[in-house]
Design a binder for this molecule. Structure first.
Ligand SMILES: *Cc1c(COP(=O)(O)O)cnc(C)c1O
Length: 436
């Protein structure tokens, strides 16, 4: 990577930070389920000269000159996304997951309109109607929740709530829910109450693309996703949708726009300016990688690893929310360890052990989001570096010892030695941190 050598001469401070971050990413076990390691090809596209270009508008409909190559690359990203997910229409311009969701709300709802979202504490995302977020402030959100006993979604309860509340939109999707989501059931409910169905697959896009999770594409009106989580692409997002607005006569009878046009004009000029063409080039690379047969093997291994890690943790006496996982993520409930509200303490102790996780609320959290009682884990990143079931045993053992020690840093230091040994066997970017 020659560009890296340039920066080491022109700006040693930033170069040094990049170098140390490479080392941190190599030497730690990355268990944050929303993170991943992209390919070098994705890194190169993000670091390319497409960052210099302005291209407001859409392919063949731009406001600036010199966009013939940008048009090619954006169209390529769109075509590959369509092939990968089997969707009718794609907008690859959203800067990230939150703006993508904002664009959908902007396209389909008026201020104060009511929608149903998954409670943040039990597994939803901030942008699914949290009161501190635009989605909860600008619109009226009613949350559905998991069943307190099974800690899983109960579709009968979602249906009852939808019938009672008559929302204009129903959101399906997760950020911290370790189970599969039945998108077909969500769609049936949405149709029954004349609501749009928006599905946000930011976390599980890689699993959907790899065929190990039901896809919402044949059902939902609109599907948003980030590209940087299990899909393993650059930091960004996209919106997929059907072309026709099934609820046009009910909600948009004054507009001539179909659903795809509503979404496109909400992204630009509604919400964003120029697209990030360097990131869109990297999205094209990422979709190309996900179309290869290898990606199916990767997606299956993510799920196999999560299952193995979950089983090993439970065998070591650790309580998991819903007692297991169907997807790429695991939520540890630390209340039985006497660690209610101690997520921050344990996250910190795990950091000292080279195990990078994030603290998280558990369903019906008795403490606060800043001092929650759970720890969220995920396997996309460690699977990208080639780890399999036998490595999950080593990781589970480290996690369990740190948790059972209640944050004793001498235990963390011991675990860290083992983790360092393990990560050395699975280099991520060999030879990348060579610039001086
Ligand atoms: C991560 C995530 C987002 C937001 O993505 P950002 O790129 O962080 O803005 C939106 N929805 C869900 C379900 C997510 O998991």
């Amino acid at each position: 990577m020659n560009l890296m050598n340039e920066i080491s001469i022109s700006d040693p401070k930033v170069a040094d930070a990049i170098n140390r971050e490479i080392k941190r990413q190599e030497e730690g076990i990355e268990l944050i389920p929303s993170e991943n390691y992209t390919s070098r090809a994705v890194l190169q596209a993000v670091g390319s000269v497409f960052t210099n270009k302005y291209s407001e508008g859409y392919p063949a409909k731009r406001y600036y000159g010199g966009n013939e190559i940008v048009d090619e690359i954006e169209s390529l990203a769109i075509e590959r996304a369509k092939e990968l997910f089997g969707c009718e229409h794609v907008n690859v311009q959203p800067y990230s997951g939150s703006p993508a969701n904002q664009a959908v709300y902007f396209a389909l709802l008026n201020l104060k309109d009511k929608f149903l979202g998954f409670n943040l504490t039990s597994g939803g995302h901030l942008t699914h109607g949290s009161h501190v977020n635009f989605s909860g402030k600008n619109y009226t959100c009613v949350s559905y929740d998991v069943d307190p006993k099974t800690e899983m979604l109960d579709m009968d309860a979602v249906r009852k709530l939808a019938i009672k509340e008559q929302p204009k939109m129903i959101l399906s999707g997760l950020t911290a829910y370790p189970r599969k989501i039945d998108f077909k059931a969500f769609q049936e409910i949405a149709e029954e109450v004349n609501a749009y169905h928006m599905s946000d697959i930011a976390h599980i896009a890689g699993l959907v693309a790899g065929g190990v999770h039901q896809s919402p594409i044949p059902y939902a009106d609109v599907v948003t996703t980030t590209t940087h989580k299990s899909l393993r692409g650059p930091r960004g997002a996209m919106i997929m949708c059907k072309t026709e607005d099934r609820l046009h006569d009910l909600y948009h009878s004054n507009s001539k726009k179909n659903l795809a046009q509503l979404i496109d004009s909400a992204v630009f000029p509604g919400l964003q300016g120029g697209p990030h063409d360097h990131v869109n080039a990297a999205k094209a690379v990422c979709f190309g990688e996900a179309l290869k047969p290898d990606f199916k093997v990767y997606a299956q291994q993510i799920v196999n690893n999560a299952k193995a890690l979950a089983e090993e943790l439970m065998a070591l006496g650790i309580k998991l929310v819903s007692n297991g996982t169907d997807n790429h993520l695991i939520l540890i409930d630390m209340r039985p360890e006497g660690l209610t509200g101690e997520g921050k303490l344990i996250q910190n102790a795990l950091d000292h052990a080279g195990l990078t996780v994030n603290k998280n609320t558990v369903p019906y959290e008795p403490s606060t989001p800043f001092n929650p009682s759970g720890i969220r884990l995920g396997t996309p990143a460690i699977t990208s570096r080639g780890m399999k079931e036998s490595e999950m045993k080593v990781i589970a053992s480290g996690l369990a010892r740190v948790i059972k020690s209640k944050g004793d840093l001498t235990v963390s230091a011991k675990v860290k030695e083992e983790i360092l040994e393990l990560t050395k066997e699975f280099p991520v970017y060999p030879g990348l941190a060579i610039f001086k």
